[in-house]
Design a protein around this ligand. Structure first.
Ligand code: FES
Length: 147
């Protein structure tokens, strides 16, 4: 994130200009907007729609269809505890329950569902702020988010 959403215009204009000549520029523009501000701000939709000569509703549809696009700023920490079979068999469900209980009330922590992180041999697995954690435990996950 290099600028604040309240100052979208010059940077948004650059992003649009950098991508508008691409075939199918909407997704690359939305990815660049999210990379810049951490989400797709509502105020970015009208200028993008105008530049691409499409409706805001079409952009809303794309942003809501793809789960990787966020409409709101992401909290400081993102915790993903694997819910797939290998991790479930190694206590993943209890781990998730314990971590959520310990971090209850923390508005800066977002829990996201994930089904297999490719770390099955080290179950239960988690991902905290983009870093994989094998043989994850409650203390380690909580420490990584400052609890
Ligand atoms: S099942 Fe959890 S990492 Fe594969």
């Amino acid at each position: 994130m290099t600028s604040q959403p309240g100052h979208l215009s010059p940077r948004l204009d650059e992003i649009i200009a950098d991508h508008i000549a691409l075939e199918g520029p909407l997704l690359p523009i939305l990815h660049a907007v999210q990379a810049e501000w951490g989400h797709v701000p509502e105020e970015s939709l009208k200028p993008i729609a105008a530049a691409l000569n499409i409706g805001k509703a079409e952009i809303h549809g794309v942003v809501s269809f793809y789960h990787d696009f966020r409409r709101e700023p992401r909290p400081a920490h993102v915790v993903r505890i694997c819910r797939a079979e290998s991790c479930q068999s190694q206590g993943g469900r209890a781990l998730e329950r314990d971590v959520k209980a310990r971090l209850a009330g923390r508005s800066d922590v977002l829990f996201e569902d994930v089904y297999c992180l490719g770390l099955c041999a080290c179950s239960p697995a988690a991902m905290v702020d983009g870093e994989l954690v094998g043989r994850a435990g409650t203390d380690e996950i909580c420490e990584r988010v400052g609890a």
